[in-house]
Design a protein around this ligand. Structure first.
Ligand code: DGT
Ligand code: CA
Ligand code: CA
Ligand code: ZN
Length: 578
């Protein structure tokens, strides 16, 4: 049990005591101790074992006894007893953000409300507004807060990268406009572009006297549904959809140190601190300090790394997977960037299951600065999305040439196909379609196979010689479909033998392949293609999610096929096919 858990248990005990009418002065000791324990740098269990519990500020005889009990039995008997005597829904009620102990007591005493359901019904019926310290506005907010609380309880805890990124960008943009804000950025796992995000960590550089306006702007953002805590330097809120966001205000001279610290990962920070200690330096979120306690760096992030003898490390690499060693040896890779991507080799149109026409897709891709794209609608056997047979394919190819001409050669359009990999590993494409310029092979049906059978199926398709790239290689859909069982290493080996590329599908619901497989592909020398798999013009931006994953896989531009020019790509393809 860690310090936070112990503090929370004491806090709960204090709440239960207070709800049960135990005198406030008796309760206060538990709250004070909880706060002290949360702020401790030593582990409370260690202190207990060493008999040093009483040295902790605010821990007297009574508190110490409860802590020992908690560490030994995992619970405090007094808390259990008090909880049993109270109406069961009351504790839930009290834990509702924006309610707390005082209000729970108030609605219980005055309206006999003892559950969240009853509270919600009362709020909707307008029965709360006349209570003291309430009013119509708070009553309305409460209904929203309860809805958000329910959603959050039901929602998976970690959120997909794209959802977190959109939410964070909106908040950052809003906060940047507040007078006094010198800088505002998101940190944490989102800055590292992890696949899923626990919570948002937003940092602001400002003078401390300017924080009030900043905090107000933050909590009043339209997507905020609950305020968990609002202070001078830190505020925590819950957003629509249930994600938590923390905002911290930092003074400018510690900005670099703070953003370094709060970007993490924790493992990276720990490894960094180990290096610092060897040099008799101390790194914290306030700066880098020498043995005499003098601050030697902290205003910029690069200065923090430099102070301990490291090159600046891209956030996507900060997982303690060799990046510190590489920074020391000056062998960090030059990571691929979004602007390195010249083309996009997977997208659909209204011809099959896309929402935008060929003309619209081509024009949007041109406007987005792509030098080339492949139009890859579905193949014939995928009848539920009106897959195309060879006649329609030929007709589409003709149309592609026309659209290309109408855009004056500003974008090269490859006539492609996303061919189904059938259950026996046959690729759903006619032998006599040499005019196709880009063929993706993908599994869209029959996911339930043994690992062996699925591997054999996909390897056979790779070896057919008709495929340029394997699409969304594991079939996963984040949050609702697990990857199918497949031996990715065997698949990569087959690709290496035959010169087929592997897709990193950048659709935020897929992100398939993941960073681990991408790293494996890179190490084997299998080229990786970052594709949007756009099913409409608005989805062409998907590349920005995949690029983060690609960087986490240590990819440079040279590992990514669609950083090449259109003619280099055609040469690559011709070389394999000859
Ligand atoms: P998440 O939110 O679960 O997706 O992951 P992070 O990495 O954003 O983690 P979070 O939000 O708990 O903390 C943000 C960063 O703050 C984390 O990456 C590193 C830093 N940090 C937080 N707690 C600690 C800690 O106990 N020790 C160290 N060294 N760093 C910490
Ligand atoms: Ca976080
Ligand atoms: Ca956090
Ligand atoms: Zn597909």
């Amino acid at each position: 049990m860690d310090n936070v858990a112990v503090a929370r248990a004491l806090e709960d005990l204090a709440d239960l005591q207070e709800l049960s009418g135990i005198a406030v002065f008796k309760v206060r000791a538990f709250r004070g101790a909880a706060r002290a324990i949360e702020g401790l740098s030593e582990n409370i269990a260690d202190l207990t074992r060493d008999g040093k519990l009483k040295d902790v500020r605010g821990v007297g005889e009574g508190v110490a006894r409860r802590i020992k009990e908690l560490l030994e039995f995992g619970k405090i008997a007094e808390a259990e007893e008090l909880r049993e005597k109270l109406p069961p829904g009351l504790v839930d009620l009290m834990n509702l953000p924006g309610i707390g102990l005082k209000t729970a007591q108030q609605v219980w005493k005055e309206l006999s409300i003892t559950s969240v359901d009853e509270l919600e019904a009362a709020a909707k019926a307008g029965k709360l507004r006349d209570l003291s310290r309430f009013g119509q506005k708070r009553e309305e907010k409460l209904v929203l807060a309860i809805e958000a609380w329910r959603k959050r309880a039901a929602a998976p805890k970690r959120r997909p990268l794209a959802e977190a990124m959109l939410a964070a960008e909106a908040l950052v943009e809003r906060v940047r406009k507040v007078p006094g804000v010198i800088a505002c950025e998101f940190a944490g796992s989102l800055r590292r572009r992890a696949e899923t995000i626990g919570d948002l960590d937003i940092l602001v550089a400002a003078k401390l006297e300017d924080t009030a306006l900043i905090m107000d702007a933050f909590v009043n953002a339209p997507e905020v549904v609950e305020v968990l805590g609002k202070g001078d330097t830190k505020t925590s809120v819950v957003l629509e959809g249930g994600m938590q966001a923390d905002l911290r205000v930092i003074e400018q001279d510690a900005w670099g140190a703070a953003i370094q610290y709060f970007t993490g990962s924790k493992d990276h920070n720990v490894a960094m601190r180990t290096i610092a200690v060897k040099k008799k330096l101390k790194v914290s979120e306030y700066g880098v300090f020498d043995a005499s306690g003098k601050k030697i760096a902290g205003e910029t992030e690069a200065s923090v790394y430099e102070a301990i003898g490291l090159r600046w490390i891209a956030p996507e690499l900060r997982e303690n997977r060799g990046e510190i060693e590489a920074a020391l040896a000056n062998t960090l890779p030059k990571l691929v960037e979004l602007t390195d991507l010249r083309g996009d080799l997977h997208m659909h149109t209204t011809e099959t299951d896309g929402k935008s026409s060929l003309e619209q897709m081509a024009e949007a891709a041109r406007a987005a600065g792509r030098a080339y794209v492949a139009i890859t609608d579905h193949s014939e056997t995928l009848t539920f999305v009106r897959g195309m047979g060879k006649d329609r394919l030929r007709a589409q190819r003709k149309k592609i040439r026309e659209v290309e001409e109408s855009l004056h050669g500003e974008i090269r359009l490859f006539a492609g196909l996303e061919a189904d990999i059938l259950i026996d590993g046959t690729l759903d494409v006619e032998d006599e379609l040499p005019e196709l310029e880009w063929v993706i092979g993908s599994v869209h049906t029959h996911f339930q196979m043994t690992r062996e059978a699925m591997t054999k199926r996909v390897v056979k398709a790779i070896e057919s010689g008709k495929m340029d790239c394997l699409g969304h290689p594991t079939g996963r859909q984040l949050g609702w479909r697990e990857p199918y069982a497949i031996d990715m290493e065997a698949v990569l080996q087959a690709m290496k033998r035959t010169g087929v590329a592997i897709e990193m599908n950048c659709s935020p619901s897929r992100l398939d392949i993941d960073e681990h497989t991408a790293r494996m592909a890179r190490d084997l020398g299998v080229p990786i293609v970052l594709n949007s798999d756009a099913h409409g013009v608005r989805e062409l931006v998907h590349l920005r999610y995949g690029i983060g994953i690609a960087r986490r896989a240590w990819l440079s531009a040279e590992h990514v096929l669609n950083t090449r020019t259109a003619s280099e790509l055609q040469e690559w393809r011709a070389a394999r096919r000859s």
